[in-house]
Design a protein around this ligand. Structure first.
Ligand code: NAD
Length: 356
């Protein structure tokens, strides 16, 4: 492995920008050269943390020691900052959502291509262990073929009180958590999305969605339900997944979860009817003793390297990006189809998220 370290300048030293500084410290392939933020107070914090605080973006771009620009600003300015970085000959790591639309992203890609520089989008939740456990189940058939995947994140804090409220700045939950959850599904499922239906919620009275649900139908038969909520005082499991040979749940990011599968060894015994509410049911009665097995979740699927190690290798031309720009474009187009389905209150089928 190459020992060259790449020097990153962080643009937007807010919540995520300062978190990137920690992530970069954990990588032995990258160092933080400095940071720039529009706000004086954030520049001071960068200085306090031991980094050079640049006084303008021009100063960042003019620094020959910097070879990578990390963009962690609000979403509406990603495009402009990235294009200027490419024109100055820098590589770019951009936070998600990389852009407000697929058209904007195409412009960014054109600028990267023209400059011959790398652009990688920080779709970090591909590395989340809960997701990689589901990915392992999908790839290994742990519970047979998956036919329904429900992916949810529920919070009770509303939309944070920052730019995430503002439509023009790329606020709203579909562009925030939606990007992660959709990226995970498209990264995992090797089949095309054929239809989308969705609804957005505006319970908090903002002009951006404070949550949404979307149903995606894949060509291979998988139906995915994706839901993000910010007014959920009781949360539902992070993952609920049904396969032809069992059902799996992952409750939360601590990986509490289980698989329940049919016990093929047991003799087929009819369940005993139970009183349920004021009625009687056999169909919904618990399976008879021994008819099912409780199993542990499988080990998480591995990715070839960490985000930053992969970035270094991509810059050096020795590896393919784990987050490919064609995949990022697909997610943005899917988001556009989801917005359209919600607006028309219809199932949308006539989209092509896969074209060039
Ligand atoms: P934030 O508001 O905490 O920080 C943004 C910072 O950017 C602020 O300090 C602001 O002053 C600065 N800024 C605004 N415009 C600028 C400009 N033109 N030049 C330089 N600085 C500028 O927001 P955040 O939560 O850190 O989010 C930043 C980005 O990171 C967003 O794109 C968000 O979606 C993304 N994000 C990603 C993850 C993840 O897990 N991948 C998590 C949180 C946020």
């Amino acid at each position: 492995m190459s020992s060259i370290k790449h020097t990153v300048a962080i643009v937007g030293y807010g919540g995520m920008g300062s978190y990137h500084a920690q992530l970069i410290k954990e990588s032995d392939r990258m160092i933080v050269g400095g940071a720039f933020d529009l706000l004086e107070e954030r520049r001071s914090l960068a200085e306090d943390a031991g980094y050079t605080a640049y006084s303008s973006y021009e100063e960042v771009l003019a620094d020959p020691a910097v070879d990578v620009i990390l963009i962690a600003t609000p979403n509406d300015v990603h495009k402009e900052i990235a294009i200027r970085a490419f024109q100055a000959g820098k590589h770019v790591v951009c936070e998600k959502p990389v852009a407000l639309s697929s058209a904007e992203f195409t412009e960014m890609q054109a600028a990267a291509d023209a400059a011959g520089r790398v652009m990688m989008v920080h779709q970090n939740r591909r590395w989340d262990e809960d997701f990689r456990v589901i990915k392992a189940m999908y790839e290994q058939g742990t519970i047979g073929s998956l036919f329904q995947i429900e992916s949810r994140v529920h919070g009770a804090n509303g939309i944070p009180g920052d730019w995430r409220h503002v439509k023009e700045q790329g606020g709203g939950m579909l562009l925030d958590w939606g990007v992660h959850l959709l990226d995970q599904l498209l990264f995992m499922i090797d089949s095309k999305v054929t239809s989308v239906s969705s609804s957005l919620s505006f319970i908090l009275g903002n002009n951006v969605d404070d949550g949404f649900d979307a149903i995606l139908q894949f060509e291979n038969g998988i139906r995915a339900i994706v839901e993000v909520g910010t007014t959920n005082f009781i949360t539902m499991p992070r993952w609920y997944v049904k396969g032809t040979q069992g059902t799996a749940i992952i409750e939360d990011w601590s990986l509490r979860g289980r698989i329940v599968a049919p016990n093929h060894e047991s003799e087929k015994i009819e369940p005993t009817p139970i009183r349920a509410g004021v009625g009687l049911t056999k169909t919904m009665a618990p399976p008879s003793e021994g008819a099912t097995l409780l199993e542990d979740l499988p080990a998480a699927a591995e990715l070839p390297s960490s985000f930053y190690d992969n970035l270094a290798a991509v810059i050096e031309g020795t590896a393919e990006p784990i987050v490919k720009n064609a995949e990022v474009l697909r997610v943005l187009r899917l988001i556009e189809a989801i917005f359209e389905a919600a607006e028309r209150n219809e199932t949308v089928k006539n989209f092509d998220i896969y074209g060039a």
